[in-house]
Design a protein around this ligand. Structure first.
Ligand code: GLC
Length: 570
């Protein structure tokens, strides 16, 4: 059996730089702040950090609109600060991956400034330019961030294509010069020692080159209404179908897998790096070794309740669909989604549910990705003033709804729930004004969630083993010491159980087998697990039983919301 790679064993932790730690007191997170928190992260017990974009950017899409791929946003610090951060993480045994945004640049990137300067500029073809049709845009394509996907450019009388904001023009990946330029930028950070990349929005890199109209022929109002129904957070099958039909010609188009193979070749020039794709399609694993190392299992998170049925069905489908040798990758939240605490809460057992969600992440087969703040139980925060919103699609949604006739108060409530600002508020470090993120009197770039004053902050939890943070630390440390939770095969048990999710993880290599039971209900249960090769298990983790307690598998009592991890004893 081959030795697992570091990224197969690691727990990743996503840092959203703007909201993590403000070291210079200007209301915005930065590298000085992140460096200062490296000890905290090492103590938490995560193994790798993913940084959302830290590059210079006019911040129309909070950094996902990059104006220079080989530098650091001045408000976050300097390249030297970055290097100190990277070295500091490495010294503490943590890897660092960056965000690679290939689909588009900022409209203020010098490539685009050149491209738009004249029709015969050598970089004209680095972006996607088209003539208009009948006095309007070239076709009926939309941007999911609002309105037409085409922007008219006065200076040269043509339209450019942008899948996201008009401040995010799409690069033309059919032009080999674009590839070379982007691979140079990719190598720049790899040469500095970064450990890999999370690939942004890869599904949108290519579109149909014939550029036919979308068959769906929706109005903008209809498009907006899909967001009201919960997209992209909680899509039901119908909504997914609808979404596909709206963007059919613009996403998952030919060429992308070939491109991922080329990128993999670039990565393979460096030993031991990782690529993880923001896309749930297992096709991105290629043949298991020639495209991405990981692709997020997003379908798992897309529900309001993590029920045993939901998880079992997800695992069955996901694991069966991976190509040989491919490694799963699980997550329940990120900077675009609802926070895990908010999404799965029931109003009665919120804390207990959040704990089972972490236990799920750390016991399922695959690499887990956590999102900053979840370890202290941070929840979504709904803004109450449209002027404080920073997420552009939410602002588009709000004004559009008002124009469509919805009373502003209702439109605001909806926009606040839908806005990605909800999960991007500053990290809560202490029970002081601004939650210790910035000095008391500074206005932070997004408001701080006032629930920092109710114990949702690092300081109040740090030394309390019963706190959410204490729980995260305990579970993270357990996972590290338990080979079966890392390399073990997954076998579901009691597959019709409606309240609890039970399974084993059996490690061929170490010989260890763990029994995991997550009671996702408020009922207790008496389980009979007599088809296992042992009659007894030694408790290695439980929020109800004693560690090292031997339990009988013929009659295993499980408390409401109990998380039980036992090692089978022979
Ligand atoms: C990805 C990012 C998201 C961003 C979009 C456009 O989905 O996660 O935050 O808005 O790409 O770059």
């Amino acid at each position: 059996m081959t030795e697992l790679k570091w990224w197969q064993k690691a727990v990743f932790y996503q840092i959203y730089p703007r909201s993590f730690a403000d070291g210079n007191g200007d209301g915005i997170g930065d590298f000085i702040g992140m460096i200062d928190k490296l000890d905290y992260l090492a103590d938490l017990g995560v193994d790798a950090l993913w940084l959302s974009p830290h590059f210079p950017s006019p911040q129309f899409d909070v950094g996902y609109d990059i104006s220079d791929y080989v530098d650091v946003a001045p408000e976050y610090g300097t390249l030297d600060d970055f290097k100190r951060f990277l070295d500091g993480a490495h010294e503490r045994g943590m890897r660092v991956i960056l965000d690679l945004v290939m689909n588009h640049t900022s409209h203020l990137h010098e490539w685009f400034i050149e491209s738009r300067s004249s029709r015969d500029n050598p970089k004209r073809d680095w972006y996607i330019w088209q003539d208009g049709r009948d006095g309007g845009p070239p076709n009926n394509w939309y941007s999911p961030f609002g309105g037409s996907a085409w922007e008219y450019d006065e200076a040269t009388g043509q339209y450019y294509y942008h899948f996201f904001l008009k401040e995010q023009p799409d690069l033309n990946w059919r032009n080999p010069e674009v590839k070379e330029a982007m691979w140079d930028a990719t190598r720049f950070w790899l040469d500095l020692g970064v450990d890999g990349y999370r690939l942004d929005a890869i599904g949108t890199i290519f579109e149909n080159p014939e550029m036919p109209d979308q068959r769906s022929n929706m109005t903008e109002e209809q498009l907006r209404s899909t967001f009201k129904r919960g997209f992209p957070d909680r899509p039901d099958k119908k909504l997914i179908e609808l979404w596909r039909s709206i963007f059919e010609e613009q996403v998952e188009w030919d060429g992308v897998h070939q491109l991922m193979q080329e990128l993999r070749t670039v990565m393979d020039e460096y030993p031991d790096r990782v690529l993880v794709g923001e896309n749930d399609d297992v096709k991105y694993y290629g043949n298991g070794s020639n495209e991405l190392h990981l692709a997020f299992n997003f379908p798992l998170m897309r529900t309001n309740r993590l029920t045993p049925d939901w998880i079992r069905a997800n695992q069955q489908e996901r694991l069966a669909s991976l190509p040989p040798g491919a490694w799963p990758c699980n997550t329940l939240n990120n900077h675009d989604s609802t926070r895990v605490y908010t999404r799965y809460k029931d109003g009665l057992h919120d804390d207990a549910i959040a704990r089972t969600a972490l236990a799920l992440m750390l016991t399922l087969r695959g690499t887990p990705f956590l999102y900053n703040g979840e370890e202290i139980g941070m929840s979504d925060y709904y803004l109450t003033d449209i002027n404080l919103f920073r997420d552009p699609p939410a602002v588009w949604f709000y004004y559009g709804q008002v124009a469509d006739g919805l009373p502003p108060r209702e439109a605001l409530e909806l926009a606040a729930i839908y806005s990605r600002d909800r999960c991007r508020t500053p990290m809560q470090w202490s029970n002081t004004p601004n939650a210790g993120f910035s000095p008391d009197d500074v206005q932070t770039w997004l408001p701080v969630n006032p629930n920092y004053a109710q114990g949702i902050n690092v300081d109040d939890q740090q030394y309390n083993p019963e706190s959410m943070l204490g729980f995260y630390k305990r579970m993270l440390s357990l996972r590290k010491q338990t080979p079966a939770l890392i390399d073990g095969d997954y076998t579901p048990l009691h597959e019709t159980a409606e309240d609890y999710f039970a399974f084993t993880r059996q490690s061929q290599k170490s010989g260890q087998t763990c029994l995991v039971i997550l009671n996702l209900s408020d009922k207790d249960h008496n389980l009979k697990l007599d088809d296992l090769p042992s009659r007894q298990a030694r408790c290695i983790f439980s929020n109800h039983k004693l560690e090292d307690e031997k339990v009988s598998l013929e009659e295993l009592k499980i408390a409401p919301f109990e998380i039980f991890i036992g090692e089978l004893v022979r």
